[in-house]
Ligand binder design. Structure first.
Ligand SMILES: [Zn+2]
Length: 93
């Protein structure tokens, strides 16, 4: 994961959660739609300094990706991740 604003060609199309059977992988960027993406993008308007801002949360598993590139696995039975909405954005505190 690269900081926001760093432009590098992405060779793999956005992944689909392995359990999400309602979506199929896009084969080209030009045909990519919401039907090919499992993970809702939560970081519109984010700036690079917002390192604990959530980029996405897997709607099936609850795994979280932060803007700083850190990924957190949601584990059943473990304390839940501390996610909080503020000012229209989702943060991990
Ligand atoms: Zn998932």
């Amino acid at each position: 994961m690269h900081p926001v604003g760093y432009r590098q060609p992405i060779t793999h199309l956005p992944p689909i959660c392995p359990i999400d059977k309602d979506r199929t992988a896009a084969t080209r960027w030009t045909t990519l739609t919401d039907a090919n993406i499992s993970y809702p993008f939560r970081a519109r308007g984010a700036v690079e300094s917002q390192t604990n801002r959530v980029v996405t949360v897997c709607p099936v598993h609850g795994n979280v990706l932060l803007l700083n590139g850190a990924a957190y696995r949601s584990v059943r039975g473990a304390p839940s991740l501390n996610l909080n909405e503020r000012n229209g954005a989702l943060w991990m505190d």
